[in-house]
Each structure stands twice: as C-alpha cells, then as structure tokens.
Design a protein around this ligand. Structure first.
Ligand code: FES
Length: 81
C-alpha cells in the first residue's frame, strides 16, 4: 500500500491509512507470487469477505509485509467500479 501511494498508483485509496478497516487498498497478488506472499488472516480475511470483486488472490495491500524475497512483487489493481 505504501509503495502504491508513494508511486501514484490509481485505484489504491488507503482511506484508513493502513488500519485494516477500509478495504480501499484491495489488490490482487499475481498468481506467481501468491504463495510467497501468503493469504489473508484475521481481520484482513474478515474484511475481504465483504469486499466487492474479491478473488482467490485478493489481499489488503496494507497488510502485506514487504521483505527481501518479495523484490519484484506484482499486485494488480482491481478495475474501477
Ligand atoms: Fe485501509 Fe488497507 S488501507 S484496509
């Protein structure tokens, strides 16, 4: 989420500032990367249950912890509604 905001990526709103309450940072982790990133858990999983357009690789991007092995990570922005 921070990477998207810092680089002006459209479609990532991040209205709660990373608090895991708004889902405006919803993105689709590229299927090649999903195993490395991992799936949502806890509050994130609960919020994604009610997020329009959710897919199997959906994540709230504010909850993805960036680490060295995710260098090059590809996350797709949901289509505008
Ligand atoms: Fe609000 Fe991620 S920024 S849930």
């Amino acid at each position: 989420m921070d990477c998207a905001l810092d680089n002006g990526v459209r479609g990532i709103g991040a209205q709660c500032g990373g608090g895991c309450t708004c889902s405006t940072c919803h993105g689709f982790v590229d299927h090649v990367w999903f195993a490395s990133v991992g799936g949502p858990v806890g509050d994130e999983a609960d919020i994604l249950e009610f997020t329009p357009g959710r897919r199997a690789t959906s994540r709230l991007t504010c909850q993805i912890v960036i680490r060295d092995e995710l260098d090059g990570l590809v996350v797709h922005v949901p289509p505008a509604e």
